[in-house]
Design a protein around this ligand. Structure first.
Ligand code: NCD
Length: 306
């Protein structure tokens, strides 16, 4: 049973296939509107979410399917002490596919070992967020025409930002990609991303504390929120949360075809004045996320013989 826990479980050929399915869905929505008739998606969200959960739900409805689930741990049996493994076994009796978000790293993986239907990781702690990366990849593909020869700036909370970790892993497979890692010292990228992904592949990257200094060289600027909920100390969060605020002034030296992305929710990292700039892609990114989730649900159900 194929589940998607880490973006690297999808080959580049499979990513290409998902991108082309998503593009076909965008062009021919009616062709897909009955594909999941009679099928159920369970959204098991043990951590708050607006975009990701509703995106999965909208994706399943647009495929003609149904959705069951919960949106907070307190309204599930987890509050009675049920294990993730048991929840996965139980929900497999009701649903054809599961999307799970959990504050603990590895929880969706445990679910996938115990479920009898495919499990999609919808974000696990500070670790991984493969379907956000699928949204990011479709955005990059639409805006840049492909994934090669791009200088990708990632800015903000590179330590706890799971979307950053998954995106670096995914983009590191394409040739000519260079990363510019922009963060305060306390929120630098975890060492394992360097030792397991960047260094072995000889991928070029630089670390910078200044967004202004690196702005002119970027093709993509991926802004992120400082992940307050993963901090141990409120004072540190307050001190670091507004380190980077992207403004129209700062964009004056950026490339004319820069693609500005953000997984959302935005707090203060991008001032609203930037929204009107044609380079702002973060709301399109939300829409692309729904199409990529549709493509992924179709692929996993087909592979599961459902
Ligand atoms: C991200 C997440 O949950 O990691 N949001 C999302 O899924 N679109 C980013 C964030 O919460 O900052």
């Amino acid at each position: 049973m194929k589940s998607i826990i880490d973006i690297m479980e999808l080959s580049t050929a499979e990513i290409d296939e998902l991108v082309s399915t998503a593009l076909d869905i965008i062009d021919n929505p009616a062709k897909y509107s009955e594909k999941c008739r009679g099928k159920k998606l369970a959204t098991l969200f043990f951590e708050p979410s607006t975009r990701t959960r509703l995106s999965f739900e909208a994706a399943m409805y647009e495929l003609g399917g149904n959705v069951i689930g919960f949106s907070e741990a307190s309204s599930s049996s987890a509050s009675k002490g049920e294990s993730v493994a048991d929840t996965a076994r139980v929900v497999s009796c009701y649903a054809d596919i599961i999307a799970m978000r959990h504050p603990k790293e590895g929880a969706p993986y445990v679910a996938s070992l115990n479920a009898t239907v495919p499990v999609i990781n919808a974000g696990d702690g500070g670790h991984n967020h493969p379907t956000q990366t699928l949204a990011d990849l479709l955005t990059i593909h639409k805006e840049k025409g492909g994934f090669e020869n791009l200088t990708v700036g990632l800015c903000g909370d590179l330590k706890f930002g799971r979307t950053v970790h998954s995106l670096i892993a995914a983009m590191s497979r394409y040739s000519g990609v260079k990363f510019v890692l922009i963060s305060p010292d306390e929120l630098k990228i975890p060492e394992y991303i360097k030792t397991d992904i960047l260094d072995p592949k000889g991928i070029e990257y630089v670390e910078s504390a200044s967004l202004e200094a690196v702005m002119p060289e970027l093709d993509i600027l991926y802004m992120t929120r400082v992940q307050g909920e993963r901090f141990f100390n409120e004072a540190d969060y307050i001190r670091l949360r507004d380190t980077y605020i992207l403004s129209t002034e700062k964009l004056a030296v950026a490339k004319k075809d820069l693609c500005i992305m953000h997984p959302l929710p935005r707090v203060n990292e991008i001032s609203v004045g930037v929204d009107a700039d044609p380079r702002a892609c973060y709301f399109k990114q939300v829409l692309y996320g729904k199409y990529m989730r549709m493509a992924l649900i179709l692929k996993l159900l087909e592979e599961a013989g459902k």
